[in-house]
Write a protein that binds this ligand. Structure first.
Ligand SMILES: Nc1ncnc2c1ncn2[C@@H]1O[C@H](COP(=O)(O)OP(=O)(O)O)[C@@H](O)[C@H]1O
Ligand SMILES: [Mg+2]
Length: 507
């Protein structure tokens, strides 16, 4: 059997490793833009081939699959989905694990995702507005400055998924800062408009969303067009530095607890989150008429207004979250792929090891805001030290040269995983390992990572927040006001922003 993967990060390395574990003993083929050293090794070991190519070029990728006589293609990152790689591969008669272009809209357009959720009345919604231009947004904000209070506390987002860049959350509660906050919002909306101009595939540019607050978690799933199977919950941590400060990154580390849950999320909350993802799959299949074969994920937040709430969706596994679950997966992944292709996923018993995991990402200084500085540094990794510490190494943004030397690609370079009885235990294992400095840049350029991922203190903090939010949403639930928003304004009276939004959507 020949399996071909698309994409070259640590998530794809974890996928390749799961594929190589299969009892089918597949030959592994791969296409990515940098030559990932970990994937390359798997490819060589199994007798496959590795090609460097643009992974957003459907013709090029599909041609490679055809030429190599591939049986199943699996797509790692989102951009190949957005560009229709699965569509072109399947058009040539090769089954593909990956969301087709129209289905991947659920991730590509945060605006479309939200609209779908409101249209189908799927729980975990947030109020939102979208705009095509800066002028349109500013005019609307001014018009509603006094009448829609939710518009003061908002998340400002590019309406298209922009590689984890550009979301700013602004709380505007102090009257004396109102002018400054407004200026900040205006500046950021201008930035979004400009940033979005490089994408020609979407008309809406700016998304403004009601601001919420609570612990975040990711629920990743397998989908075969009929059945959605949830995996263990993972929490990713986006900020570059300890204590959740610094710029937002693609994710600096993630952890899982035992028994599918995180220490601060209940079984009931898991089930509700899964219902939300299932309903979203149904909705997107209904409006597109396509069958969803691949991975999907809900990036969730526990909030006081709605309980489990959808922040955004992935049409793929998360990175680093995908590394946690792929390392835990016990069931043969090719068996799962075949079941997805034949739409009989409900018949397969999918099992994960009952352990906790922690993943920590390491990146060169400069990432994420000055990637050029983080690029082209010579990389050295002492794999033996990592192995002896009981940890696992996943290669990320690193390019393996022909002569065997390696250079950094500018993004997250390495992900280190450890298993444990609890995230805390796994986290300590990684700390012990990294103290020995097994990963270095030979020119002395510095690497950074977060020591606090999965730590005792982090989990205590997340638990406190979750308990507070849970008390509030349960209180609302008991009174039958979950999801209700009410504004009351002098001289205007009662305003129901949900009703307004629903009316707008009908237009
Ligand atoms: N409506 C919101 N209220 C509060 N925080 C939000 C909201 N939307 C997003 N965020 C925060 O911003 C982060 C990034 O937003 P997200 O929509 O996931 O964009 P991306 O991951 O593409 O950058 C989230 O992980 C969350 O912490
Ligand atoms: Mg996100």
């Amino acid at each position: 059997m020949k399996i071909m993967g698309v994409g070259g990060g640590a998530r794809e390395h974890a996928l390749a490793e799961a594929i190589a574990r299969s009892t089918y003993s597949p030959k592994v083929y791969w296409v990515s833009e940098l030559r990932n050293p970990g994937i390359y090794r798997i490819v060589k070991k199994t007798g496959g081939e590795y090609a460097l190519a643009k992974t957003t070029d459907p013709i090029r990728v599909a041609e490679l699959a055809e030429r190599w006589g591939i049986d199943i293609v699996v797509v790692g990152p989102e951009e190949p989905n957005f560009h229709g790689i699965p569509d072109e591969v399947e058009r040539r008669g090769i089954p593909c694990i990956g969301a087709k272009q129209k289905l991947s809209i659920i991730e590509m357009s945060k605006a479309e995702m939200r609209r779908l959720q409101w249209r189908f009345n799927i729980p975990g919604k947030l109020l939102f507005k979208t705009y095509r231009s800066y002028e349109e947004a500013i005019r609307d904000l001014e018009k509603h400055a006094e009448t829609l209070t939710w518009l003061q506390n908002v998340a400002l987002k590019p309406a298209r998924q922009a590689g984890g860049k550009g979301v700013k959350v602004v709380e505007d509660v102090q009257a004396y800062l109102r002018k400054e906050k407004r200026q900040f919002k205006e500046r950021h909306i201008r930035w979004i408009e400009q940033y979005m101009s490089k994408y020609g595939d979407i008309e809406e540019r700016i998304l403004i969303e009601e601001k919420v607050w609570g612990p975040e978690y990711t629920l990743q799933c397998f989908v075969d067009g009929k059945t959605v199977v949830g995996m263990p919950l993972v929490q990713d941590n986006k900020h570059a530095y300890e204590y959740d400060i610094g710029p937002e990154t693609g994710g600096m580390g993630s952890y899982t607890g035992k028994g599918y849950l995180l220490p601060f999320i209940t079984k009931e909350e898991y089930d509700r989150s899964l219902e939300i993802v299932k309903a979203m799959v149904n909705a997107i299949q209904k409006v597109t008429g396509e069958r969803y074969h691949g991975f999907i994920a809900g990036q969730m937040m526990l909030t006081e207004v709605e309980g489990p709430t959808l922040i955004e969706m992935y049409s793929r596994l998360g990175d680093p979250e995908g590394v946690n679950v792929m390392a835990m997966l016990k069931t043969d992944i090719i068996e799962i792929f075949e079941a997805i292709i034949d739409e009989r996923l409900s018949k397969v018993k999918i099992e994960f090891s009952d352990v906790a995991t922690v993943v920590k990402a390491m990146a060169p200084k400069g990432y994420p805001d000055f990637r050029d500085l983080a690029k082209n540094h010579p990389v050295y990794v002492d794999e033996k030290v990592i192995e002896e510490a009981g940890c696992k190494l996943y290669w990320g943004s690193v390019h393996l040269n022909e002569d065997g030397s390696m250079k950094s690609g500018g993004s997250r370079m390495i992900e280190i995983l450890a298993f444990g009885d609890s995230p805390q235990e796994a986290s300590v294992k990684i700390e012990e390992c990294l103290k020995k400095k097994p990963v270095r840049l030979l020119d002395g350029w510095q690497l950074f990572y977060r020591t606090d991922i999965g730590s005792e203190e982090m989990i205590r903090k997340r638990t406190e927040i979750a308990e507070r939010v849970r008390r509030l949403y349960k209180y609302r639930e008991e009174r039958g006001i979950l999801g209700k928003r009410v504004d009351w304004l002098p001289k205007v009276g009662r305003i129901d922003p949900v009703k307004n939004l629903l009316e707008e959507l009908k237009r």
